[in-house]
Write a protein that binds this ligand. Structure first.
Ligand SMILES: NC(=O)c1ccc[n+]([C@@H]2O[C@H](COP(=O)([O-])OP(=O)(O)OC[C@H]3O[C@@H](n4cnc5c(N)ncnc54)[C@H](O)[C@@H]3O)[C@@H](O)[C@H]2O)c1
Length: 338
């Protein structure tokens, strides 16, 4: 039972790449503490447990049997999310699921239904919502400075930098394809900033690194909204040189523009009354802390999960429709995809 005032006992399932960011965040927090880890690579789990001074297990069942574990962060490959998430919730533990929530809309909805039925918090790791730059842009929109958002452009392009991309990510059956693997981050930001769900998606992709790839390492998703707004989300892991990194976040409103570009000092807003600048950076470390703090607050009854579960499900729906658009070269209505 979670008790107010004592640190929340957190278990991590899957101690690969992204688990490192969650463990680093937990080390800085007083409201939550890492009590256990597990991984199918049991030796690796034991090694991490030794370093983190927590329990280490070779199976999720053992971790879920540990009474110290009140909440679980699932950091395993995308195709495992639905089944592992249902197991975690069935064991009565709160769940922070790494993105995407699931590989299908039906899977995402069954996780949401299970969490609701059991009265457990279910959050999804849409970490980009918690960066300084994303929050600053949202604040400018909320203040009404740029009027009503009508166009969003998000570009997150990089080179071939992640070892994880050599394995399960490259298999669309396991990762869901690039729309589900990375695209969900961008479409979540776009719908959050526009302020309404997207109703259509048209996507184009390229196998930029190699024609042998089964996923599109370069991908552009165009979103339509019933209110007349539009968004273009461009994501790449195929740039040259491999170390390339380019980012642009722009929201055009009826009264002005707010933008963050890679080489800028911070976020800039232009309106008829002038130019305003904020010194922010894109550092991910605070984002993971904020994400976990929001999760703990939701468990304690001090707030709602961020993003709302409906937004995490919507991101899956858009991404699934985007993959359909890539296969069929046509615009797909969201919610009407197979
Ligand atoms: N929020 C973000 O910004 C962000 C960034 C990167 C990855 N992710 C997400 O995090 C998840 C993990 O990605 P990663 O890059 O860390 O992957 P990874 O391959 O580096 O690590 C996955 C780990 O899970 C373990 N594992 C696999 N199946 C398991 C199971 N059934 N039970 C226990 N352990 C299991 C593997 O042995 C491995 O150690 C993915 O869903 C990915 O989409 C999120």
């Amino acid at each position: 039972m979670t008790e107010q005032g004592t640190p929340l006992g957190v278990g991590i399932v899957g101690v690969g790449g992204i688990a490192l960011s969650h463990m680093a965040a937990l080390r800085t927090m007083t409201s939550a503490t890492l009590v256990a880890v597990c991984d199918v690579a049991a030796d690796h789990a034991a090694e991490v447990a030794h370093l983190e001074r927590c329990a280490g297990y070779g199976s999720v069942e053992e971790l879920l049997d540990d009474d110290e574990v009140e909440a679980v962060i699932v950091c395993t490959p995308n195709m495992t999310h639905e089944q592992l998430g249902l197991q975690v919730l069935a064991a009565g533990k709160h769940l922070l699921m790494e993105k995407p929530l699931a590989l299908t809309g039906a899977g995402a909805r069954s996780l949401a239904a299970e969490a609701t039925a059991r009265g457990l918090a279910l959050a999804v790791g849409h970490t980009h919502r918690f960066t300084d730059q994303s929050l600053a842009i949202r604040r400018v929109i909320d203040r009404g400075d740029i009027g009503v958002p009508r166009f969003v452009r998000i570009v997150i392009n990089g080179g071939w930098i992640w070892p994880g991309w050599q394995s399960w990510v490259l298999n669309p059956e396991l990762s869901g394809g690039h729309s589900l693997h990375n695209g969900v981050h961008l479409v979540d930001l776009a719908t959050w900033w526009i302020g309404e769900p997207a109703t259509s998606v048209f996507s184009v992709g390229q196998h930029a690194t190699s024609e042998a790839l089964d996923i599109y390492d370069y991908l552009v998703m165009e979103l339509g909204f019933d209110g007349g707004a539009a968004a273009v989300c461009e994501i790449s892991r195929g740039e040259r040189p491999r170390s390339a990194g380019y980012l642009e976040l722009t929201v055009v409103g009826t009264e002005g523009v707010v933008s963050r570009t890679w080489d800028a000092e911070g976020v800039l807003a232009w309106t008829d009354t002038g130019l305003t600048a904020w010194g922010v950076d894109g550092a991910g470390d605070r984002a993971f802390v904020r994400e976990l703090e929001a999760f703990v607050a939701a468990i304690r009854g001090d707030g709602e999960v961020v993003p709302p579960l409906s937004a995490a499900i919507h991101a899956v729906d858009i991404a699934v429709a985007s993959e359909e658009s890539l296969r069929e070269s046509r615009t797909i209505r969201i919610g009407a995809s197979a």
